[in-house]
Design a protein around this ligand. Sequence first.
Ligand SMILES: Cc1cc2nc3c(=O)[nH]c(=O)nc-3n(C[C@H](O)[C@H](O)[C@H](O)COP(=O)(O)OP(=O)(O)OC[C@H]3O[C@@H](n4cnc5c(N)ncnc54)[C@H](O)[C@@H]3O)c2cc1C
Ligand SMILES: NC(=O)c1ccc[n+]([C@@H]2O[C@H](COP(=O)([O-])OP(=O)(O)OC[C@H]3O[C@@H](n4cnc5c(N)ncnc54)[C@H](OP(=O)(O)O)[C@@H]3O)[C@@H](O)[C@H]2O)c1
Ligand SMILES: Cc1cc2nc3c(=O)[nH]c(=O)nc-3n(C[C@H](O)[C@H](O)[C@H](O)COP(=O)(O)O)c2cc1C
Length: 1007
Amino acid sequence: MSLKVCLEEWERLEEDHKQLQETHRMYLQKLEEVSKLQKNCSSSISSQRRRLKEVSSLVKRCSKGPSEEDAKPLNEINEKIKTRPNAFSEMEAFLPNKNGLYLSLVLGNVNVTLLSKQSKFAYKDEYEKFKLYLTVILLLFSFVCYFFVSYRFLDAILNFVLVWYYCTLTIRESILITNGSRIKGWWVFHHYISAFFSGVMLTWPEGDLYKTFRNQFLAYSLYQSFVQCLQCYYQSGCLYRLRALGERHNMDLTVEGFQSWMWKGLTFLLPFLFFGHFWQLFNSLSLFRMARLPDCKEWQVMVCGLCFLILFMGNFFTTVAVVRHKRVNMADMDADTAAHTEPSVEEEEPFFSNLDLLLFSLIVGLVVYWYMSRKKPEPIPEFKKLDTAAPAARETSFIEKMKKTGKNIIVFYGSQTGTGEEFANRLSKDAQRYGMKGMAADPEEYEMAELARLSQIENSLAIFCMATYGEGDPTDNAQDFYDWLQEIDDEDLSGLNYTVFALGNKTYEHYNAMGKYVDKRLEELGAKRIFDLGLGDDDGNLEEDFVSWREQFWPSVCEHFGVEASGDDSSIRQYELKEHTDLNMNKVYSGEMGRLKSFEVQKPPYDSKNPFLAPVTVNRKLNKAGDRHLMHVELDITGSKIRYDSGDHVAVFPTNDSAMVNKLGQILGVDLDVVISLNNLDEESNKKHPFPCPTTYRTALTHYLDISQPPRTNVLYELAQYASDPKDQENMRRMSSSSPEGKALYHSWVQGAYRNILAILEDMPSLRPPVDHLCELLPRLQARYYSIASSSKVHPDRISICAVVVEYETPTGRTNKGVATNWLKNKLVTDNGHKSTVPMFIRKSQFRLPFKTTNPVIMIGPGTGIAPFMGFIQERGWLKEQGKEVGETVLYFGCRYKNEDYIYQEELEEAEKKGVLTQLNIAFSRDQEQKVYVQHLLKNSKEHLWKLIHSDNAHIYVCGDAKNMAKDVQTALQDIAEELGGMTRTQATDYVKKLMTKGRYSQDVWT
Ligand SMILES: Cc1cc2nc3c(=O)[nH]c(=O)nc-3n(C[C@H](O)[C@H](O)[C@H](O)COP(=O)(O)OP(=O)(O)OC[C@H]3O[C@@H](n4cnc5c(N)ncnc54)[C@H](O)[C@@H]3O)c2cc1C
Ligand SMILES: NC(=O)c1ccc[n+]([C@@H]2O[C@H](COP(=O)([O-])OP(=O)(O)OC[C@H]3O[C@@H](n4cnc5c(N)ncnc54)[C@H](OP(=O)(O)O)[C@@H]3O)[C@@H](O)[C@H]2O)c1
Ligand SMILES: Cc1cc2nc3c(=O)[nH]c(=O)nc-3n(C[C@H](O)[C@H](O)[C@H](O)COP(=O)(O)O)c2cc1C
């Protein structure tokens, strides 16, 4: 019985479900129809507009001297034409609209058009309510701050709420505009300025000046909130009345400020409004007066003064304009007797446009500023003014810059560690030798969409020196350019002449991927390749690849443009030397990367231009024996606000060995403590100095310049002129030429012998270049990256590094020492009672543990490649302690001897004991006759590995040597897939590649 009821009920439910499905299907169909109709309407409106324009011009032509008979229909058409744009706008208010720039920036490309009148009104009413509630909250807040409590912290919250309120208003207003509101002009702009102003107030530090202005500002806020409450109250009444009368425009908007339709009911508000405007002027003048005080150091004072001035001007003139306009309307209405007894609902067009007001305010602001600063008592100069150029506003148009400076070749570089940038500089310098003018440019600093306009410059050419990183990714500074190239489809680059030199390394899977991509993509977009793509391999000989490519490249450029090489082989200086004799040492850089004195007064956020000085809290040797030095270094980041994740890299800025620097000074016979600036001769260049200036030679050679790598051929070429022995000069010229003997000599004498600049100067006694030219030519000393060997979950205030000290004998009998590792080795926890510190910042990576903790993890990292896995193991242990279910965690580690360099032995065995490491596999390569490597151990446990990978969704991680180990491990995994997955070789290769693209096979490898 009950089953029957059940079955019947189920049948009814089934029927209803079918009905529901049908209704939903119809709904989807309608949606599709609606979307089609919307498209149709939009395109019809566009076509109507176009045709209307054509008809308009036809009518205009016919209107020239028409007969009386023709004049009448022409006039009628003209009248109708005038009404059409409004009709189109009304229609468009109900069609999906493209977001304006501001909305696109804030919300992206989401559709914010409300498609029914009700929802538009509802949205607007909600907007009004939002304003009212917030105004009341702000009023109460200001009241409390003014009368009861005086904490900077509370003021900051008030200002923060103001920033948020105004930002939200601007967004809501933009949405209203998209939906047909006619709000425009000053009232919207006014909110942008208010948001900016509140932001500036938020940053104004506590001090006497702040305290002086605080109460004036709070009283003003109180007053403004009060007036706004009055306005909201009366506006809602008016709106209600207008709506009842059916006179309201679709989306007339009540903004604070004055609108003409409020005239009747709100005349009494005018004095309040004007009083508020003059209060703004008063605030502005008070602030300008404060800015003149000798104690005034805060930039916020002047900026807030300017904001108040702009607000006053905008509000005052707009209100005056509205009043005048209204008076005219009223006069018309009087003349028009009783026909127009209802209040007009048109929103007022201010007399002045936004731009007029902005420019006018800016001009007045600047005049006031000039007037105030003119009267400021001249400070007594403490030291002679620097003659380095003040930082000018950056030009983002490379076309304008090229036109201004008469350049026709631009060399863009995508570079992380400076090689691409160096090549770009060399190519731009070369251009001069070939009778052209070039400039090197960072794509991040320029508007790359301008490439389409490069043809405006005669005989123009864009060269791209692009390095590849990671999994075939662009460098950080080329990321935006890469994204742009990917996004554009309709760009026509047919006037662009280009060529690409790619920088890469064959040991990486995606060899030169970025250079290849740029070369191909530009061709697809119609640009003209005028010379073949150059491929530079850092694993082979990058310098030689570049020199060979360049040697063929320039003649073909000359041929292409029909120009002749000038043959001018003389050295071209890019910077001029300025020695400072009477400079206050407080103004001299002493190793900072960006802001002067940033090491003394540290301020977050920390990055490559502003590294954090992290104290070293642990520095211990990891290996038990052997002549190498493997070390574990811990950096304390307490209080720095630096956050990191396991798998990230820490970058450190090392310094060169002081003995080497002293030796260089001695050989060149210079006083290393002279303060200098190297100033770019090209005043238009964005790069004013090769390194932070003014500084001393000692600081430059210690902190900023790479003195330990073998110099490149261009350095030898430029230095050759200073060799007094003709033989030395000839050898240097030969080494920098592209002849086979020259290349071979460079290869053996410089690269093969690992001769750095010091060794070259020692072995060529006749070569004594001026130190400033040497400083101009040497590349910048780069930060060194280390895979973080700790987990932020366990050690949020600590970053660990695991590194091996680089030291090797060269064929000339010298001992070369790695810059960073030897510097780190000597960073003792306390150095003469002082804490040793390391300038560092974090670089995010993609090397991440799986999101799902239950996924098994296979980690393969011999030698220092174990670094990130120490972090991973700590993190998996922490997850376990939190009671999370954690999947298998398998480690493959390799070292030379068990009793020598089995680093982190105790930690690893402890992790295995606790079950955090479910498997610990170690390959001791030299403890037996036959080498045993991690890949051999992988094969030994292939069945289990294959199950983890193929059935259990394991994530594989490889870290360490890119040259051999990473490749061998990949091959071993392909072998396993082939054997146990029953695949062909190609299938197995694809299988592993797919794991990589899915993010289940990650590598953190270096050479
Ligand atoms: C993403 C990333 C992560 C890294 N993580 C780590 C890590 O966790 N641990 C770690 O130890 N390193 C790591 N490195 C390498 C590290 O950044 C440094 O390159 C390394 O420590 C050497 O720096 P250095 O300044 O002491 O040596 P440098 O002064 O830069 O000298 C190194 C150069 O010396 C030459 N050289 C080195 N050894 C020899 C030799 N035997 N014979 C001849 N020439 C030689 C090579 O040209 C080499 O490029 C990582 C690198 C990258 C890119
Ligand atoms: N550019 C630099 O200045 C610099 C500095 C430091 C490290 N590195 C790179 O980082 C890597 C790791 O250096 P490290 O000193 O930490 O390691 P390491 O101690 O030299 O090597 C770790 C283990 O890996 C083994 N190994 C060698 N070749 C391998 C291969 N093809 N596949 C698997 N295992 C292999 C070694 O065996 P055997 O030695 O017995 O063959 C050793 O047992 C180095 O290979 C180097 O490429 C570069
Ligand atoms: C961590 C790392 C990852 C790299 N990845 C790649 C790569 O995927 N493909 C490639 O061809 N070269 C790769 N390279 C090599 C660099 O592109 C090459 O050394 C280049 O000369 C660097 O130029 P830059 O100094 O201008 O940054 C990599 C180098 C490093 C250090």
